[in-house]
Design a protein around this ligand. Structure first.
Ligand SMILES: [Zn+2]
Length: 120
């Protein structure tokens, strides 16, 4: 299965399956992170080094918390709030093998305004 990690390796992620679509979002947070989000049910992605090696950021309507490595600063994922099994869970595909990243179709999401996909 697909394994990824933050830059320093403190946080390791293992995906339960191969993602088919990654989302790039232009909201005020995502455009700064520059992440490529792939989604899984919360509880299905194996994550080590979290929460011991991570820090979190919660903003706005507090529906999720964005997680980053406390050492290298790479954003690895976000977790749903409340963190219930089965809820949507975002993983930053940028932490994975570039060949996997290149193979996954990217869709652009207008999280800043219309809350819809804005594919060309
Ligand atoms: Zn790190």
């Amino acid at each position: 299965m697909h394994k990824g990690s933050c830059h320093c390796g403190s946080v390791q992620l293992t995906l339960p399956s191969t993602p088919e679509v990654a989302t790039v979002c232009n909201c005020s947070l995502c455009r700064r992170i520059g992440g490529r989000w792939v989604y899984f049910e919360f509880g299905t992605v194996e994550i080590s080094g979290h929460p011991g090696a991570t820090a979190e950021y919660v903003w706005g309507d507090r529906t999720l918390r964005t997680i980053r490595c406390r050492t290298c600063g790479c954003v690895t994922h976000w977790e749903p709030l409340p963190p219930v099994p089965g809820a949507r869970h975002g993983i930053n595909l940028a932490n994975f093998d570039p060949e996997l990243v290149a193979s996954v179709r990217v869709r652009r999401f207008d999280g800043a305004d219309t809350w819809t996909f804005i594919d060309p």
